[in-house]
Design a protein around this ligand. Structure first.
Ligand code: FAD
Length: 395
C-alpha cells in the first residue's frame, strides 16, 4: 500500500498547513465563543486569500473552477483542514455544500447549474441538504413522510424535516420527498431544489444541540415545508432517483468526513502531547512522566495511524474501482474512525483537566459536536450490520 504524494500535492499541503496555523486557528476563539458578528467578515477575508492562492474548492474538477484533486488527494487536504473547525469552510469544501456541489455537477441541468451551482462554487451562497425527519428513522432513508405532488408544472411539497445542517442563511435546500409512492421502496423519493425564499419554506428553529443552537453554517434546523411550490424544473436527476443520488453523495462524503476526523485527532494529539510535557503535577514532574498518560499518548498514536491508513486505502479503492467496490471499506472506516475520534478527544480532554472543558481550546467543542459522527451518514450499527451480512454471505 503506497500513498506517496506528488511534489505538487506536497507543496499544496504545506501551504495549507501554514494557512491553517497562521490564518485560521487564531480565529477559533470567535467561533468557540459564538461571536459570529466578528467572525464572519474575517472568514470572508480568509476565503478571498485562499482563492488568491489558488487553493479554492480542492474537491471540485478544474472545469468547474476547483483544484481537480482525486479523492485520495483531497483526503490528505481534508486531514490538514480538519485541524480547525473552520478549515473546510475557508476553502469552500465544507459539508453539506461539498456534497451538494458534487450532485449538482453530476445531475444538475445547465439551468440548475447556472442558478444554484455557480454561486455556490464562487462562495457567494451556502446550501443545505434536507432529508431526515423527526417522525421517521433517518437510518432507513427509504421510509419518509414528506411528499412532493405534481400540479401541472410545479411540485407542491409538504413535509417536516430536522437536522438540516446549515439551513440558517442558506440560499437553497436540496430536499428529499416522496414523488412516486407506488414505486419500489428505493424508487419512491426524489431530490428537489427549493430556494429558501420560496413561500412555504419555514425554518421552525435551529435545534439546540449539546447546549448550543449555533448559527449560520454551524447550526442544524427544523424545517416545515407547507404547500411549498417549486417549478418541476427544480427536480434534480430523474423522478424516483433520490435514494440512488443520496447514496452517491454519501460515498465520497464519508472519506471527507473520516479524513477531517483524522485531522481533528492530530490536533487533539498535538495539544495532548504539548500539555503533557508542560504541565507539572509536582515540581519537576510532568504529566508526560506518568505511565497512564504515556499509555494514552501511544495508544492514540497507534489508533490514529491505523485509522488513517484505513481511510487512505478506502479513498484509493474508490478512485480506482468506484464507490460500489469499496462499500465494505467505506462502512468500516465510518464507524471505526468515529470511535477513534471519540477516544482520542476524550483522552486529550482528560490530560488538560479543567482546561479541557473550556472553550480556550477546540477540544470541548469537538467532543460535544463530533459525538454525532457515530450517528450521521449512517449510525455505527447500520454500517456494522451491512458489512457483517456481506462477510457472512461468503461462508
Ligand atoms: C450533527 C448532525 C448533523 C446532521 N446533518 C444532517 C443533514 O444535514 N441533513 C439531513 O438530512 N440529516 C442530517 N442529520 C441526520 C442524520 O442523518 C440522522 O440522525 C441519521 O441518519 C440517523 O437517523 P435518526 O436520527 O432518525 O436515528 P434512527 O434512525 O431513529 O436510529 C436511532 C438509533 O437506532 C440504532 N439503529 C438504527 N438502525 C439500526 C439497525 N438497522 N440496526 C441496529 N441499530 C440500528 C442506531 O444506534 C441509531 O443511532 C444530522 C444528524 C446530526 C446528529
Amino acid at each position: 500500500m503506497t500513498f506517496d504524494n506528488s511534489p505538487e500535492l506536497k507543496m499544496i499541503l504545506n501551504t495549507m498547513r501554514e494557512f491553517v496555523r497562521e490564518e485560521i486557528i487564531p480565529l477559533e476563539r470567535f467561533f468557540l465563543n459564538h461571536d459570529f458578528e466578528t467572525l464572519l467578515p474575517l472568514l470572508e477575508e480568509k476565503r478571498q486569500k485562499a482563492k488568491g492562492l489558488g487553493l479554492w474548492l480542492p474537491q471540485i474538477p478544474s472545469a468547474y473552477g476547483g483544484m481537480g484533486l482525486s479523492l485520495l488527494e483531497h483526503g490528505f487536504v481534508s486531514e490538514v483542514l480538519g485541524q480547525s473547525p473552520l478549515g473546510h469552510y475557508v476553502f469552500n469544501c465544507q459539508a453539506p455544500d461539498a456534497g451538494n456541489m458534487e450532485i449538482l455537477i453530476e445531475y444538475g441541468t445547465a439551468e440548475q447549474q447556472d442558478l444554484f451551482l455557480k454561486p455556490l462554487l464562487a462562495g457567494q451562497t451556502r446550501s443545505c441538504f434536507s432529508m431526515t425527519e423527526p417522525e421517521n428513522p433517518g437510518s432507513n432513508p427509504t421510509w419518509m413522510s414528506s411528499t412532493a405532488v405534481r400540479d401541472r408544472d410545479e411540485y407542491v411539497i409538504e413535509g417536516h424535516k430536522w437536522f438540516t445542517t446549515a439551513a440558517d442563511g442558506a440560499a437553497f435546500a436540496i430536499v428529499m420527498a416522496v414523488t412516486n409512492p407506488q414505486a419500489a421502496r428505493h424508487q419512491r423519493a426524489s431530490m428537489i431544489i427549493v430556494p429558501t425564499d420560496t413561500a412555504g419554506f419555514r425554518i421552525v428553529e435551529n435545534t439546540s444541540v449539546m447546549g448550543e443552537r449555533g448559527q449560520g453554517f454551524a447550526s442544524h434546523s427544523e424545517i416545515r415545508y407547507e404547500q411549498c411550490r417549486v417549478p418541476v424544473d427544480n427536480l434534480l436527476g430523474e423522478e424516483g432517483a433520490g435514494f440512488v443520488i443520496a447514496q452517491q453523495r454519501l460515498g465520497p462524503g464519508r472519506i471527507h468526513h473520516c479524513m477531517r476526523w483524522i485531522g481533528i485527532c492530530e490536533r487533539a494529539f498535538d495539544l495532548m502531547c504539548r500539555q503533557a510535557v508542560l504541565r507539572e503535577v509536582a515540581p519537576g514532574r510532568t504529566l508526560a512522566s506518568q505511565q497512564t498518560v504515556q499509555n494514552w499518548v501511544v495508544e492514540s498514536r497507534a489508533e490514529i495511524n491505523g485509522a488513517r491508513l484505513m481511510v487512505l486505502d478506502a479513498a484509493q479503492k474508490i478512485d480506482r474501482l468506484g464507490t460500489y467496490a469499496a462499500r465494505d471499506e467505506i462502512s468500516l472506516i465510518k464507524f471505526h474512525v468515529a470511535g477513534v475520534l471519540q477516544q482520542v478527544l476524550d483522552r486529550a480532554i482528560q490530560v488538560h483537566g479543567a482546561m479541557g472543558m473550556t472553550d480556550e481550546l477546540p477540544l470541548a467543542y469537538w467532543f460535544r459536536h463530533e459525538r454525532a459522527a457515530r450517528i450521521y451518514d449512517g449510525p455505527d450499527e447500520v454500517h456494522k450490520r451491512s458489512v457483517a451480512r456481506r462477510i457472512f454471505a461468503r461462508y
